[in-house]
Design a protein around this ligand. Sequence first.
Ligand SMILES: C[S@@+](CC[C@H](N)C(=O)[O-])C[C@H]1O[C@@H](n2cnc3c(N)ncnc32)[C@H](O)[C@@H]1O
Length: 279
Amino acid sequence: MAEANRDQIEFWSTTQGRKWLRLEDRIERMMTPFTEAGLAALGDIAGKHCLDIGCGAAGTTLALADAAGDAGSAAGIDVSPPLLKRAWERADGRNNMCFAEGDAQDYAFRDDTFDILFSRFGIMFFRDTPAALANLRRASRPDARLVFIVWREPRDNPWVMIPVSAAKAFVELPPRPAPGEPSQFQWADPGLATGWLEGAGWRDCRFDPLDIALDMPGEPLEAARFLLQMGPAAALLAEAGGDLAERAETALAEKLVPHLRDGAVTLGSACWIVSAQAG
Ligand SMILES: C[S@@+](CC[C@H](N)C(=O)[O-])C[C@H]1O[C@@H](n2cnc3c(N)ncnc32)[C@H](O)[C@@H]1O
């Protein structure tokens, strides 16, 4: 595995992977509209061989396998053993799915294998994204399509920024990674990202905006707890100990009250659906 991605591999194999599994049901419900939008962007993929990049617990790999049908297949790659264990459990009994543990940046895929390369938020953590895109291109058939969903700028994502602004009053958050660094917002700038894609042999690159209002089930306090666990403050609040996490949750819950719609906290989110063609 690429030495460069060691931090992310460690993060997703331990704390973040375990947290993701603990919150799996809620996350999967929240992510369903993104899966639907991604599949709509792919169109008919019956009979196609698909790769799910950073597949996690296989929420989207299952959807790809269903859409590809028995004549097609879906393979997932991820660096996180606990998430892959869950992925294998969910795939039990399906004969058109498999998973590999590895770093998509340098995994030794067979050349010319995939018709469809897809990712829902699993392609944002490479230290060397151009190298990862070239590796994925090598694994693609000549007419392959790459489609993935990534976040736009933080300012367009109140579901991230409102919790961050509440948490800041209690813990010192790490500085935002520079543009292009591995992070949730690595792909926010289409100008920078188009250069990466084209340099790695992908053409006809498109960045289509996808705006989805995220419903957080439960009362504002429950939503606050969920959002703080998901975000960058989680480990810092837990380490700080005492009642800091509870105070941060209460402060965030107050900020969420104005966002209550029909009994659910609803916050805006903004993504790109990026698509490109092997070329
Ligand atoms: C935000 S999660 C998304 C998981 C999944 N795509 C989903 O939507 O449920 C990011 C995923 O990317 C994986 N990941 C991070 N760096 C990776 C790498 N270099 N190669 C493969 N997977 C990676 C993580 O382990 C994690 O499962």
